[in-house]
Design a protein around this ligand. Structure first.
Ligand SMILES: Cc1ccc(-c2noc([C@H]3C[C@@H](O)CN3)n2)cc1F
Length: 324
């Protein structure tokens, strides 16, 4: 048994939304391999915050069950967050069904979610030890689905300005080139965390120290240590760190170099075309590489994942990468 679901990019590839059916009601959710709560806009969300969102109404689901007294509260890397109550329902993603899945109903959401009208909640795909439900932590959709999957994996094939896909339970070899390159994962912090052994800018030599990184489908950009960020942008003559733009920008006419991340024997190339992320409207462009804010590990978000077919292997606690 498996599932294949389309991942549709919002404008500027800011996030990728996938249809999820909960108790017979379909909402578009943001699949996030950097968190472990499945939460939705619902009839419990204040009407002033519901705005033009699609909401889940548990009263209309014959399979919804309240988990009385259970609560959740989550905050995301950008400072946004949400909180609420909990129940269970039947959840289907791309034909793969999990019964009695914890579904978290938002009773409060931060302004970033209120204004992001296409996003009706998140489906967490990190490890269940990151789930925020109290008093009893809940399992993710992927953890619950694991036993019924032919292969205990999900894969991400995210694309620039076009629909991609997530597959659950199988590896579609038509979606990548060559062989998969696997790296061990340290899931002790709940992330898909692994070691990057070095980096190269453009066609320069591979160097630098090894560093920890997480594969995070819910982060838009490629967030790296400040030293690597400075080294990269030293190769773009007009690059500057702009407070008003919120990060490194450069003239849109510039030739933007590739970045290669050495992961074991695998050289993961992120093409310059993906590293010229968006236009600021004044002739400058915003870089796809930005600072990780000094948090001690790199966040390989969608800018990286658009360049690699990625296997999130729950059974063997490893990640697999291949070029597309
Ligand atoms: C409005 C909004 C804000 C944040 C996020 C968001 N989703 O995943 C993540 C990253 C950061 C880390 O927290 C886990 N993965 N951030 C999504 C939103 F739609």
């Amino acid at each position: 048994v498996g599932g294949d679901v389309t991942a549709t990019p919002e404008s500027d590839d800011n996030e990728y939304l996938c249809p999820v059916t909960i108790g017979g009601q379909t909402l578009n959710l943001d699949f996030d391999s950097g968190s472990s709560d499945l939460w939705v806009f619902s009839t419990s969300t204040p009407s002033s915050e519901q705005q033009s969102h699609t909401i889940y109404n548990p009263a209309k689901s014959s399979t919804f069950k309240e988990l009385n007294g259970f609560t959740w509260q989550i905050s995301y890397g950008d400072g946004s967050g949400a909180s609420g109550t909990v129940g269970t329902d039947t959840v289907t993603v791309g034909g793969l069904t999990v019964k009695n899945q914890a579904v978290e109903l938002a009773t409060a959401v931060s302004s970033e979610f209120v204004t992001d009208s296409a996003n009706n909640g998140l489906l967490g795909l990190a490890w269940s030890n990151l789930n925020t439900v109290e008093p009893t932590q809940q399992q993710t959709f992927f953890a619950n689905a694991g036993p019924q999957l032919q292969q205990n994996v999900f894969t991400a094939d995210l694309r620039h300005d076009q629909p991609g896909s997530y597959d659950f339970g199988f590896i579609d070899t038509s979606k990548f080139q060559g062989n998969l390159n696997y790296v061990p994962v340290d899931n002790s912090q709940g992330f898909w965390q692994f070691t990057v052994d070095g980096y190269a800018v453009g066609d320069g030599a591979t160097g630098g120290n090894s560093f920890s990184a997480i594969a995070d489908t819910g982060t838009t950009l490629l967030l790296l240590d400040d030293n690597i960020v400075s080294d990269y942008y030293s190769q773009i003559s007009s690059a500057q760190n702009s407070n008003s733009a919120g990060g490194f920008v450069f003239d849109c006419t510039e030739d933007v170099p590739d970045l290669t991340l050495q992961i074991g024997d695998y050289a993961a190339v992120v093409p310059g075309s993906l590293l010229n992320f968006s236009q600021n409207g004044d002739g400058t462009c915003f870089g796809g590489i930005q600072s990780d804010g000094g948090q001690g590990f790199a966040i390989l978000g969608d800018v990286f994942l658009k360049a690699q077919f990625t296997v999130f292997d729950q059974g063997n606690v490893q990640l697999g990468f291949a070029p597309k």
